[in-house]
Design a protein around this ligand. Sequence first.
Ligand SMILES: Nc1nc2c(c(=O)[nH]1)N[C@H]1C(S)=C(S)[C@@H](COP(=O)(O)OP(=O)(O)OC[C@H]3O[C@@H](n4cnc5c(N)ncnc54)[C@H](O)[C@@H]3O)O[C@H]1N2
Ligand code: MOO
Ligand SMILES: [Mg+2]
Length: 405
Amino acid sequence: MFSVEDTEKIILDAIQPLTATETVTLDAVAGRILATPVSSELDYPHEDNSAMDGYAARSRDLSQATSDHPVTLNIIEEIPAGVAPSHRLDKGQAARIFTGGMLPLGADTIIMQEETEREGDQVKVFSAPESGQFVRKQGSFYQAKQCLLPVSIPIKAPEIAILAAMQCREVSVYCRPRITMFSSGNELVMPNETLKRGQLVDSNQYALKELVKQQGGVAIPLGIIRDDKEALKSAIAQAISSSDLVISTGGVSVGDYDYIESILTELGGTIKINSVAIKPGKPLTFATFPNCYYFGLPGNPVSALVTFWRFVAPAIKKLSGQTSNIEPTFVTAKTQQALKANGKRETYLWGKVSAIGGEYQFHLAGGSHSSGNLINLAQTNALAVIPVGETQISAQKTVTVMLIN
Ligand SMILES: Nc1nc2c(c(=O)[nH]1)N[C@H]1C(S)=C(S)[C@@H](COP(=O)(O)OP(=O)(O)OC[C@H]3O[C@@H](n4cnc5c(N)ncnc54)[C@H](O)[C@@H]3O)O[C@H]1N2
Ligand code: MOO
Ligand SMILES: [Mg+2]
């Protein structure tokens, strides 16, 4: 049995990022991973412009301005945002300007409207501004041709705004990994089927489809496969030949119908992991094929989710070409309830973490923490981690907490 730490390392060491790339437009770039660094031909700001509504002026004309002895300037034009100025400021002149308006030649400072008094075509200024005050200088935020966005980062709303602002209308991204998933089990039915005695609805596949999409993978759900070795074998053979990664749930423990590991071996896979000191999730199975990776997650609904969050999500990130922020995020929190574990496996207990008064607090979900109980997972956002060797963390003590969404 491998420790959680060793398991994470074995999995991440085995995963080689996909190298295929494609070009996508701005509208389709959300959630994708950049395959080449992006730069722009534009400076940002594109020109010197004003950060305030007020007046553009020459600071040297105003060096003697005080509240008792204001300096009066002649207004020669008005410059709203989007309109290029048509005059150069000479001695004693100002231009009415609005936020985002381009600085006229000759101007080197902006005086806020609130600090002036307007009289017809003139404006009184009551203090001496510094040169450069409220001026957003051309290229001061970004200089053309420098690296704008580095390779291997996920594109989210801020990056989309940056690409749009800098007219990078098409970018090269890594192709999304194709991730096939299925549930194994004779007891499983679809949510719309009438339940016979002893049957259970396949909930795992619904959760996994969503989680795979959240990680940027293309989810290819195969549905439910019976615990029939030949049926399973042909489904798995087909899945590994047509996807980058396969995720199944169920059939990885020691029961008579738990066929996954033997099938993976028969199909030529290398079993890297088949047992982990984690609760829930002990029989997690991970295998590699020449062009595909395989995660056999335990069938219990919480075990499937916990092992996905802990091991599969980082693997998908690495496979997708991401190079940083791959591992889950852990924070230290004060637990509001006592947490119990058996001390033998690293134990993950689900609940809710919130930031209160400058510290994280962890609230354990009420009800059973059985790996068969998915009901009290609702509205949770964190897993408290109790290390091997510890059987209890008292209320108000600190605990490491893994964020799950
Ligand atoms: N003798 C032992 N028995 C078990 C051990 C063990 O070490 N020795 N390990 C237990 C642990 S821990 C886990 S976790 C489970 C893992 O079981 P499998 O991965 O083999 O999964 P199944 O046997 O197929 O099912 C287990 C459980 O989960 C339900 N299930 C399965 N698939 C789904 C699904 N798609 N949606 C919802 N629920 C599902 C299934 O009905 C079973 O109740 O093994 C323990 N046993
Ligand atoms: O390790 Mo299992 O996932 O507890 O039921
Ligand atoms: Mg089983």
